[in-house]
Write a protein that binds this ligand. Structure first.
Ligand code: NAP
Length: 264
């Protein structure tokens, strides 16, 4: 049974602020209704909901910690309650280490925190959503954009060694493999899985290191000499989510101003 008369529904984790907000707005513009997950900043999530509505979508805000199993279950349940199904999962929520510390000094507490939020949370949320999506596909449920999809926001840190935040890099490298794993497992169900790999994006996460990146940009650290913005990531996710890449899965989309290019 096709469900093409209603708007498809996307669950975007960490959507209150920053990149997640940019994704929510662009998805609303593309035709999705949005479940806006956030960790604690309800005011930011409400602002995001207002912007989603301005962009032509509907939505709801749902507080929840992706690192907590019961919260992940509730997030999925709220999505189904809103839209009857889940058409898109965007794993965006993520945290930076509270303190950048050399890998010869950094402690286990920071490691566990980063792995829990940035890797284990999205891994098991993806597992949960994937089971639901398989059931939907089995029942013939689809949307105007076809079968459901999964997009995970990683980072250039998935392959770039920053020795003062090894925990973050290791988590993002794990997420890159997670995309490949679920892409390989879900293709037979017609569910395609993508990784969007941002470069340096202007958000609260990078506000504390703004001067460093201003300098690097001026020195040409990446070919497109500007900061990335949440909208840059949102537009990439929207392109994937409209189904414009029908013969691709497990693909990495670098939205990094060309940082990944090696130049000589
Ligand atoms: P941000 O501005 O710090 O926003 C993070 C968002 O995630 C907030 O909405 C926050 O909720 C939410 N969040 C944090 N911990 C959570 C948890 N445990 N459960 C659910 N939600 C949680 O970060 P950002 O810069 O937009 O980063 C978003 C993603 O992009 C992250 O995965 C990050 O690693 C990745 N990324 C960022 C950059 C960059 O340069 N900024 C580059 C590459 C990749 P509250 O608002 O409630 O606190």
């Amino acid at each position: 049974m096709s469900n093409e008369s209603k708007r498809p529904v996307a669950l975007v984790t960490g959507a209150g602020r920053g990149i997640g907000r940019g994704i929510a707005i662009e998805l609303a513009r593309a035709g999705y209704d949005i479940v806006i997950n956030y960790a604690g900043n309800a005011a930011a999530a409400d602002e995001c909901l207002a912007l989603v509505r301005e962009a032509g979508g509907e939505g709801r805000t749902v507080r929840g910690d992706v690192a907590v199993a019961a919260d992940r279950e509730r997030l999925l349940a709220e999505t189904i309650a809103m839209g009857g199904q889940i058409d898109l999962l965007v794993n965006n929520a993520g945290v930076a280490p509270k303190v950048r510390a050399d890998i010869l000094e950094a402690g286990e507490e920071s490691f566990d925190y980063l792995i829990d939020v940035n890797l284990k949370g999205p891994y098991f949320l993806t597992q949960l959503a994937a089971r639901q999506m398989i059931n939907q596909v089995g029942s013939g449920l689809s949307s105007i954009f076809g079968a459901p999809r999964i997009v995970t926001i990683t980072s250039i840190s998935a392959y770039t060694a920053s020795t003062n935040r090894g925990d973050y890099c290791v988590a993002k490298a794990g997420l890159a493999m997670m995309t490949r794993l679920f892409a390989a497992r879900l293709a037979e169900h017609g569910i395609f899985v993508f990784e969007v790999r941002p470069g340096v994006i202007a958000t609260d996460m990078t506000a504390g290191v703004q001067e460093k990146y201003d300098r690097l940009i001026a020195e040409g650290a990446w070919p497109i000499r500007r900061w990335g913005h949440p909208e840059d990531i949102g537009r990439a996710v929207a392109a994937i989510s409209r189904g414009d890449l029908p013969f691709a899965t497990g693909e990495v989309i670098n939205i990094d101003g060309g940082f990944h290019l090696r130049t000589l």
